[in-house]
Ligand binder design. Structure first.
Ligand code: PBG
Ligand code: ZN
Length: 315
């Protein structure tokens, strides 16, 4: 075995998993009511973007080799309501952002997060009634796809969400829009920085009644079966690192592309240690992204996408 490791050339020859900029997705936050990019305290190097700056950042990303972005809307308190009505306004924040991005960089793939937590007054991902939740998610997905989103990502973990979104898109003659299903979203403590970034922390309780129990693996397979039956195009596992067994299991069992979401807490931990000089940031993200690929992830959603694309393309 050691013979194969002796030189860089032999290591490259026998390498099993590879990183490529083509599989990267950069999550981005678009915020209303700000004039300049606002740094996110718990995610050093990440910003909440006003629409104009977002579009130019997308141009930079695309030129740097990042093929896709995942867009989250950050809304002002005053538009959050019990029914999350701002979530599906055709002239709302995310549809306007999608239009601006598509105008500036038509070939950049735009994926939008479809969830109600940035729009509900209580910060929860769903409304008290399942029926109302599914209807609202459907309208939200239509607003995003009509603005030009290539994929929508329902992330609320309500049973039936993928089917409801698929039907709404088809009924609106948006058959060409795909679904990135947040198939296996665990109730994780690693979303903390994101909730600060998206101002979407629940006002009471937690998300354990809808997100998955970190103790479960077989249940993830059932979630995947349901999402596939309802029309998912890509299956996502989230968070990534503690859940690579799930990534691997889905890759083995199903034929859809698998995405791993390297979440905000996973990013913040490494950033914090790197800022102390305790870890080599680039070494860590390279290794971790590679491990996600080795486990079976086709698509890597990561806050390091910009840096990773630059590094991988040797710039
Ligand atoms: C909201 C949503 C969350 C994330 C993505 N979509 C947070 C949550 O469920 O509370 C987390 C992403 C990250 O931590 O990077 N539905
Ligand atoms: Zn949510």
């Amino acid at each position: 075995m050691a013979i194969n490791r002796k030189s860089a050339a032999s290591r490259a020859l026998v390498r099993e998993a590879r990183l490529s900029a083509d599989s990267l997705v950069m999550p981005l936050f678009v915020r209303s009511g700000v004039r300049a990019p606002t740094p996110i305290r718990s995610m050093p190097g990440q910003f909440q973007w006003p629409i104009d700056e977002l579009a130019s950042e997308c141009e930079t990303l695309f030129r740097g080799g990042v093929p896709a972005v995942l867009l989250f809307g950050v809304t002002e308190k005053k538009i959050k309501t019990a029914s999350a009505s701002a979530a599906y306004a055709a002239g709302g924040l995310v549809p306007r952002a999608v239009r601006a991005i598509k105008k500036a960089v038509p070939d950049l793939l735009v994926i939008t997060d479809v969830c109600l937590c940035a729009y509900t007054a209580d910060g929860h991902c769903r409304l008290p009634s399942t029926e109302a939740t599914l209807k609202t998610l459907g309208k939200m997905a239509v607003a995003h796809a009509a603005a030009g989103a290539d994929f929508v990502g329902p992330s609320d973990m309500t049973d039936g969400n993928v089917g409801a979104v698929r039907r709404s898109l088809d009924d609106a003659r948006l058959e060409g829009a795909g679904i990135l299903a947040y198939t296996v979203k665990y109730a994780s403590a690693l979303y903390g920085p994101f909730r600060e970034a998206a101002d979407s922390a629940p006002a009471f309780g937690d998300r354990r009644s809808y997100q998955m129990d970190p103790a479960n693996a077989v249940e993830a397979l059932r979630e995947a079966e349901q999402d596939i039956a309802q029309g998912a195009d890509i299956l996502m596992v989230k968070p990534a690192l503690g859940y690579l067994d799930i990534v691997h299991a889905l890759k083995q069992r199903f034929t859809l592309p698998i995405a791993a979401y390297n979440v905000s807490g996973e990013y913040a931990m490494v950033k914090a240690a790197a800022q102390q000089g305790w870890l080599d940031e680039r070494g860590v993200w390279m290794e971790q992204l590679l491990c996600m690929r080795r486990a079976g992830a086709d698509i890597l959603i990561t806050y390091w996408a910009k840096e990773a694309a630059r590094t991988l393309r040797g710039r």
